[in-house]
Design a protein around this ligand. Structure first.
Ligand SMILES: Cc1cc2nc3c(=O)[nH]c(=O)nc-3n(C[C@H](O)[C@H](O)[C@H](O)COP(=O)(O)OP(=O)(O)OC[C@H]3O[C@@H](n4cnc5c(N)ncnc54)[C@H](O)[C@@H]3O)c2cc1C
Length: 403
């Protein structure tokens, strides 16, 4: 059986392609609904609808905390149930999360990742009438700005750190993707009237116990914007922990996604075809892959983070918010390992998921030494040797699953 971890665009594509080839597939995702970061909650999305009607079992609200490559099993934890699920082929399509860079005040209540702010707004955080500043980089700023405005927020400023020359350089690549031109135009329309400044970023956030204002910088200009919320977007960082925990080149494990949506989808299709034993069919996807890679590469170049952002943190700025470790403490060290041993940086509940990528950006440190479990898990889960019950897996018979 093929097990796909992740029900975002990459996981959905992998599962559907593998099923088309006649393979038995099960998908696991730690969210209640399929769709991943971009399509979650969007039941009108045609791929989500196709996945839902495919009959492929989805173990939702279920998290993979460890992979045993030799035993070909996953250790999974779901509501009240934990156990092992066997696989013959494994597709890891675990997506990405937001990158957070420390700046003074970034830990104040009211400062969010821009994707997190949108997710909260979608799940009930009232934004109507709230004064919001968005800052950072990339198209997600526009998408979230448009969404917040549609829901009555007063989006005071969108501060894009890339400069106008970089954005202009993106135009030729964008023109190869007419659908994206239309999406971009509709976002521009939706945020019409909201100040959008390029070469501009949030320098610091201030307030007593909660956010009251941000200081914004553009060239030599520095000014403050009073606001209730700030959404920051410094880019994304891939969820590679499960993969890294497997050691080098594990057999029968395929990886897909975590990038821009079209690239994630085609990578998922390729992973699904390979896992199902039909690598020759991937040849037809080569042009689609090449086009999606071109777009993703252009995005990465256009929205590359500027050097000035490495110097936003002050000595007393928290970098590791789980263990309260400041920038001033960290800069005494020359490696993440040394910093970790002396300060406990990266050793809190998030296991360095937030501060690890920030440390890589700030100091150029390599931070990855992942050990299972890759997420905090119940002791009972860690000692669990039993296969998951058949009614949890959605498959007819657990014996078949483990065979
Ligand atoms: C907060 C946020 C908002 C975004 N919004 C947009 C947007 O508006 N527009 C856009 O073009 N792109 C957006 N992106 C980029 C987006 O990630 C990609 O476009 C696309 O979703 C990538 O697809 P994917 O399948 O690779 O990953 P994802 O969509 O991230 O799907 C991966 C899935 O795997 C699950 N998962 C991860 N680890 C485990 C585990 N151990 N056990 C079980 N399940 C696991 C995750 O919860 C997730 O549901 C956003 C990214 C983030 C982080």
């Amino acid at each position: 059986m093929i097990v796909v971890v992740g029900a975002g665009p990459a996981g959905i594509a992998a599962a559907l392609r593998a099923q088309e080839c006649g393979a038995r597939v099960t998908v696991i995702d730690d969210n209640p609904n399929p769709g991943g970061q971009i399509w979650r909650g969007d039941d009108e999305n045609s791929w989500v609808a196709r996945f839902r009607s495919s009959g492929i079992p989805l173990l939702s609200s279920t998290r993979v905390v460890a992979v045993d490559v030799e035993a070909r099993s996953l250790l999974v934890e779901t509501d009240g149930v934990s156990g092992r699920l066997s696989w013959k082929k494994l597709v890891l399509a675990t997506g990405s999360r937001e990158l957070f860079l420390p700046f003074p005040g970034w830990t104040l209540p009211g400062v969010f990742g821009v994707g997190g702010l949108q997710a909260l707004a979608k799940t009930g955080l009232p934004v109507a009438g709230k004064r919001i500043v968005l800052g950072g980089t990339g198209p997600l700023l526009l998408a979230v700005g448009a969404y917040l405005r549609q829901h009555g927020a007063d989006v005071k400023l969108i501060a894009e750190q890339a400069n106008i020359q970089s954005l202009a350089g993106f135009a030729p690549e964008l023109l190869r993707h007419p659908r994206k031109v239309l999406q971009g135009a509709s976002l521009q329309w939706a945020i019409a009237g909201t100040p959008y400044r390029t070469g501009c970023w949030i320098d610091s956030a201030e307030g007593v116990n909660k956010l009251e204002r941000v200081t914004v910088r553009s060239g030599r200009d520095i000014w403050t914007e009073d606001c209730d919320y700030a959404g920051v977007a410094w880019g994304l960082t891939p969820n590679t922990e499960l993969l890294e925990s497997l050691g080098p080149e594990p057999e029968d494990v395929y990886v897909a996604g975590s990038g821009e949506v079209d690239l994630s989808f085609v990578e998922g299709e390729i992973a699904g075809l390979n896992a199902a034993g039909y690598p020759e069919r991937t040849v037809l996807l080569a042009p689609k892959l090449e086009k999606a890679r071109g777009f993703a590469a252009a995005l990465a170049t256009t929205f590359a983070l500027r050097d000035e952002l490495r110097h936003l943190a002050k000595p007393d700025t928290i970098v590791c918010r789980c263990e309260d470790v400041t920038y001033g403490e960290l800069r005494k060290f020359t490696s993440f390992r040394a910093a970790k041993l002396q300060t406990r940086c990266g050793m809190g509940p998030c296991q360095g998921r937030i501060c690890g990528p920030a440390n890589e950006f700030l100091f150029g440190w390599e931070t990855g030494t992942v050990r299972p479990p890759v997420f905090p898990a119940k002791i009972a889960t860690l000692f669990s040797d039993a296969p998951l019950p058949a009614d949890t897996t959605g498959q007819p018979d657990t014996k078949e699953i483990t065979s």
